[in-house]
Ligand binder design. Structure first.
Ligand SMILES: [Zn+2]
Length: 255
C-alpha cells in the first residue's frame, strides 16, 4: 500500500514508514471510532476527528486544499483523506495492533458479547459518578455518545444523575438492552444527523426524527406527557422525563 502525505499536521503528526509500501491490505476493521486498515505487519489506525472523510478518488484528479493524505492501493485507486479542521489522525502500529496507546484502554464494544448488565454492574462498583457519565466513559464502554446515552437512559427508566454505584443489576440489564436497542435502531436508520455528517451514500441519517428525549427539553414526554427536563451533566446536555425516570429509581423499568 503506497502513501503520500501532503500535510502531516493532523491532530498528531502523520509519520508512516516506507516498509508498508510493500504490504497489501488484508482487511479493514473498526475499534470504537478508529478505522483499522490491516496489513500483514500491523495496521493504519485512522480517526476522522470532527470533519474528516475518506473517499475513493482518481489519482490523476488534482487534490483539494484539505486532501492531506493519499493511500494508494493500485495505480488507479487512491483513498483520499480530507479533513478541513484537522482533528483527525492517522497512525501506523505494528502487531499486535490493539496494544496501541489509543486502543489499549478502551472498554468493550456495546454490540459485542462482552457487554451486558453484569459487566456494567461490575465496572460500576463503588462509582459515585452519574450513570450517564459512566456509560459515556470510553474506558467503560465505547460508542455511547450523548444522544444515545440520553435515549437509552429514558428507555431503561434511569435518571442520568443516578449514581452509577447504586444502580442495581436489574437496572444495568435494562440499560445494556436499551443501549443495544438504541444503537441498533440508529444504525438501521442510517445514523443521527448532526452538522455535516453524511453516510456512505452521501445522505444524512434519519434517526433524529424518532428521538424520545434528546433535544426535546420542555416538550411533553412521548409516553406520559410530562414536560421533559433539561440539565447539564459533565458539560453535556441531558434530557429526561421526571416521571418515567423517577429520582431514586435505581432498578429502572421496562418501556
Ligand atoms: Zn414520561
Amino acid at each position: 500500500m503506497g502513501w503520500h502525505v501532503r500535510n502531516p499536521n493532523l491532530r498528531w503528526p502523520v509519520t508512516l514508514p516506507d516498509s508498508i509500501r510493500e504490504q497489501p491490505v488484508v482487511s479493514v476493521g473498526r475499534r470504537a471510532k478508529y478505522l483499522l486498515i490491516n496489513l500483514p505487519a500491523g495496521a493504519l489506525i485512522v480517526h476522522l476527528g470532527m470533519s474528516g472523510s475518506l473517499r475513493i478518488a482518481d489519482p490523476n484528479a488534482a487534490p483539494g486544499k484539505h486532501d492531506h493524505v493519499d493511500l494508494l492501493f493500485t495505480p488507479d485507486t487512491v483513498l483520499r483523506y480530507n479533513d478541513p479542521r484537522r482533528f483527525g489522525s492517522i497512525h501506523w502500529q505494528r502487531n499486535p495492533v490493539m496494544e496501541h496507546p489509543l486502543l489499549r484502554a478502551l472498554g468493550p464494544e456495546p454490540l459485542g458479547l462482552e457487554f451486558d448488565g453484569a459487566y456494567l454492574k461490575r465496572q460500576a462498583r463503588g462509582r459515585r459518578v452519574g450513570v450517564k457519565n459512566f456509560i459515556m466513559d470510553a474506558h467503560v464502554v465505547v460508542g455511547v455518545g450523548n444522544i444515545y446515552a440520553n435515549e437509552a437512559l429514558f428507555l431503561s427508566g434511569l435518571r442520568p444523575t443516578a449514581r452509577a454505584g447504586r444502580v442495581t443489576r436489574a437496572g444495568y440489564e435494562r440499560l445494556a438492552t436499551a443501549i443495544r436497542r438504541v444503537l441498533g435502531n440508529a444504525i438501521a436508520m442510517g445514523g443521527t444527523t448532526l452538522r455535516d455528517f453524511v453516510n456512505s451514500d452521501g445522505n444524512p441519517g434519519y434517526f433524529q426524527q424518532s428521538l424520545y428525549v434528546y433535544g426535546r427539553a420542555g416538550e411533553p414526554c412521548r409516553l406520559c406527557a410530562t414536560p421533559l427536563k433539561g440539565i447539564r451533566t459533565g458539560q453535556r446536555a441531558s434530557v429526561f422525563c421526571p416521571t418515567c425516570q423517577a429520582a431514586g429509581n435505581f432498578g429502572g423499568r421496562d418501556v
